[in-house]
Design a binder for this molecule. Structure first.
Ligand SMILES: [Zn+2]
Length: 218
């Protein structure tokens, strides 16, 4: 019984635990150039309205670390992802904000690797713009890693590793400069005002918000 329980993967929303910590790295221009691609953030209409008013993605969510000695430590953040999961289940909708990955340049990230099955892992990169080390479990685990190891070598540089997931938690608001915003379906969502928005309804929501501000992506 206990062995079976140990094999149950931790859910996506569970706090990070020390054994998931895989080191830290600084996202630099080299990584953006080798990886390319986009950073995605999904939200509902009221969140989009707030973001447009601030011209940035504000910290609207929490993330947490579970420390055996001290319990849970929770902080504010804003979640994003590197996988183009929009339109699937309830990922990234009905308002989808897309930014080039080079908006992450210069930031340091903590890496948490969480297996979600025997063959799949989800990596979460948590912004940590401080020179202070974070000792999760032991002093030795505070080590700088090369981010290439979390991706797969490709002809032109790096690519996402097979089916793995890549999430990003930003701990400072992210300017919308360079962003594109579109409506995407949000199936099976029970959030009031969305109720599983279709592509058409999502487009109307985004158009309504963009019409209400003098927002520009540049
Ligand atoms: Zn929804």
């Amino acid at each position: 019984m206990s062995l079976m329980m140990l094999r149950v993967p931790r859910g996506p929303d569970a706090p990070f635990i020390p054994k998931e910590f895989a080191g830290h790295f600084r996202w630099d221009t080299r990584l953006s150039a080798r990886l390319g691609g986009l950073l995605y953030h999904g939200c509902h209409e009221s969140d989009l309205a707030n973001a447009l008013a601030e011209n940035a993605l504000p910290l609207r969510s929490d993330w947490a670390v579970e420390l055996p000695e001290f319990g849970n430590w929770t902080a504010e953040g804003v979640w994003a992802g590197l996988n183009a999961y929009f339109g699937l289940w309830n990922y990234f909708g009905p308002c989808l904000v897309t930014l080039p990955v080079n908006v992450l340049n210069g930031h340091q990230f903590l890496v948490f690797r969480r297996p979600s099955s025997d063959r799949r892992s989800v990596y979460t990169f948590v912004q940590h713009d401080s020179p202070l080390p974070v000792y999760l479990g032991s002093k030795e685990v505070w080590r700088e890693v090369c981010p290439d190891e979390f991706f797969q070598l490709a002809e032109a540089g790096l690519k996402h590793r097979s089916d793995d997931g890549y999430r990003v938690v930003l701990t400072t608001s992210l300017p919308l400069k360079g962003a594109s915003i579109q409506g995407v379906p949000h199936p099976q969502c029970e959030y009031e005002g969305c109720i599983g928005a279709t592509a058409e309804k999502a487009a109307v929501i985004v158009e309504r918000q963009l019409a209400g501000v003098s927002w520009t992506s540049c």
